[in-house]
Design a protein around this ligand. Structure first.
Ligand code: CAA
Length: 395
C-alpha cells in the first residue's frame, strides 16, 4: 500500500501505479511477469475501462495472453477482485494477477467530493438528502434501532472501538483513541450519525498479487510467505434503500448470504476464523457485519460491539500492555472509520491486515496463532457483499 494522504498529492492513477510497483518489487517481480490485471475504478478521476487504462500506462498492454478486467462492486471491489483473480488462476490459466485500487477523494474539495459521492447512490425514489451516502446508512441505522433496539451509544461504540485499534497502527489516520462522548459531541451529519462516524475520507492506493502454485514453484517463491484463498462468496442488494424505514426488509442485505457461501466452500464456521477484516464505512455496517459472519446473534450486534468497546477501553486504561485483539480480533488496523477510506480502496486494507495477521507480521497487533481470516467488502449502501476466507500458506 502507498502511504495514506501522501505529502505530495497524487492522482488515483499514480497511486495505483505506485502500489502495483511496490507489490511487484516486494517479490522481485516485474510488470511483464503479470498475465492478469484487475482494477477497481476511482471516484476522483474515473476512466473508461480502468484496468485497461492502468495496464496501458504501466506497459502491460499491448501484450499477448494477458487478461485485464475492471470490476465495479463499489467498496466490495477489492474482495470481488481477489475472488475474480482466483477464478482467473483456477479456470483461465493465468499465473500471476494483480488486483489494484487507488483513489484521491481527500484531494477533492468537500463540495466536489459530495457532488460526485451524492450522484453515486442517489435516485429521486430514495429521497436521500445530501450527503447521500451518510444519510443512506443513517436510514438503515434508524431501521435497526426501531427493529432491533440498537442504541445511539452502540452506534458510537463502533467508531470509538475502531479509534483504539487505529491508534496501534503506525499508518492509520486516527492516532488517538476517542470515547463515546467524543463521537456523540462531534458535528452531526445525519439524524443518528456524527462526522466521526463516517468513513474517513483519504487518498491512497493498494495492490495485491494472486499467483498460481506453479508460478511460485517456477520462480522459487516460498508458499509460506503468502496466504491462500480457501473460500469466497458474493451477493447483491439494491443500490439505495427504500424511502420509508418501515418498508425496509432483511431482503435488501447480502453479507450473511455471501459469508454463508464462503464458509460452505471453505467447509469452515465462525469458530475456525482467527481474524476478521469487516467493512465498517458507518457503524451500522460493522454492527450488521458481526451478526452476518456469526460473531454476534441476529439483532445483538450493537450490544456485542458496545460490550467489547467498554471492556477494551477499561482494560487499556489500566494496563498499557493490554492487547485488544485478544478479545476482539476484528479490524486491528482501525477499519474505514479510523484507518482511512479512499472510496473503493479500503477493503484492500482489510485484506492487507489479514495478510499480516496470517504471516505473523502484525507486530503488536498480532492475533495469537492466526491461521484463518475472513475479509468482507461492502459496496454502495449495502448493495454488494463480497467475502473471502484466507488461510496461512503453510500447513
Ligand atoms: N474519524 C476521524 N476524523 C474524521 C472522520 C473519522 N471517521 N471523518 C472525518 N473526519 C475529520 C476529517 O479528518 C476532517 O478533518 P481534517 O480536515 O483535519 O482532516 C474533518 O473531520 C472533516 O472531514 P471532511 O474533510 O471529510 O469534511 P467535509 O465537511 O468535507 O465532509 C462528510 C463531511 C460529508 C461527513 C464527509 O466526510 C463524508 O461524506 N464522509 C463519508 C465518506 C463516504 O461516504 N465514503 C464512502 C462510504 S460508503 C462505502 O465505503 C461503500 C462504497 O461503495 C464506496
Amino acid at each position: 500500500m502507498t502511504a495514506l494522504n501522501p505529502a505530495q498529492s497524487l492522482s488515483p492513477s499514480s497511486l495505483m501505479q505506485r502500489a502495483l510497483y511496490a507489490a511487484l518489487d516486494s517479490l522481485g517481480l516485474k510488470v511483464k511477469d503479470l498475465n492478469g490485471l484487475i482494477a477497481v475504478p476511482s471516484l476522483a478521476e474515473s476512466h473508461f475501462m480502468e484496468a485497461h487504462y492502468l495496464g496501458t500506462q504501466v506497459g502491460l498492454l499491448p501484450g499477448k495472453s494477458v487478461i485485464v478486467r475492471t470490476v465495479d462492486t463499489g467498496g466490495a471491489g477489492p474482495v470481488t477482485g481477489l475472488l475474480e483473480a482466483r477464478r482467473m488462476v483456477e479456470n483461465e490459466g493465468v499465473d500471476l494477477v494483480a488486483v489494484v485500487a487507488g483513489d484521491a477523494v481527500k484531494g477533492l474539495s468537500s463540495q466536489e467530493f459530495l457532488k460526485r459521492a451524492d450522484q453515486s447512490c442517489s435516485h429521486p425514489a430514495a429521497e436521500l438528502p445530501s450527503p447521500v451516502i451518510p444519510n443512506g446508512y443513517d436510514r438503515i441505522a434508524r431501521f435497526q434501532m426501531s427493529k432491533y433496539g440498537v442504541t445511539r451509544d452502540q452506534l458510537a461504540s463502533c467508531s470509538a472501538l475502531m479509534s483504539i485499534m487505529a491508534s496501534r497502527h503506525p499508518f492509520a489516520l486516527t492516532k488517538k483513541p476517542r470515547t463515546i462522548a467524543d463521537i456523540l459531541a462531534a458535528t452531526s451529519v445525519a439524524p443518528v450519525t456524527s462526522v466521526l462516524e463516517c468513513a474517513r475520507r483519504a487518498d491512497g492506493g493498494a495492490a495485491i498479487l494472486v499467483a498460481s502454485s506453479q508460478f511460485l514453484a517456477k520462480r522459487g517463491l516460498p508458499r509460506d510467505t503468502g496466504v491462500v484463498i480457501i473460500g469466497g462468496g458474493e451477493a447483491s442488494g439494491p443500490l439505495y434503500p427504500p424511502k420509508e424505514i418501515d418498508t425496509i426488509s432483511e431482503e435488501m442485505f447480502s453479507c450473511e448470504e455471501a459469508a454463508g457461501v464462503a464458509y460452505e466452500e471453505a467447509q469452515l464456521g465462525v469458530r475456525d476464523i482467527d481474524f476478521f477484516g469487516l467493512y465498517d464505512c458507518f457503524p451500522i455496517c460493522l454492527i450488521r457485519a458481526v451478526e452476518a459472519v456469526g460473531l454476534a446473534e441476529k439483532g445483538l450486534g450493537g450490544v456485542f460491539i458496545e460490550e467489547k468497546y467498554r471492556e477494551i477501553a477499561a482494560r487499556a486504561a489500566v494496563d498499557p500492555e493490554f492487547r485488544p485483539q485478544d478479545i476482539f480480533p476484528v479490524n486491528t488496523h482501525g477499519g474505514l472509520l479510523a484507518f482511512g477510506a479512499p472510496w473503493e480502496v479500503p477493503a484492500m486494507y482489510n485484506i492487507i491486515e489479514a495478510f499480516h495477521q496470517l504471516t505473523n507480521s502484525a507486530g503488536k497487533r498480532q492475533v495469537k496463532d492466526a491461521r484463518r481470516a475472513l475479509v468482507y467488502g461492502n459496496g454502495g449502501i449495502f448493495s454488494a457483499s463480497a467475502v473471502a476466507i484466507l488461510g496461512k500458506g503453510k500447513y
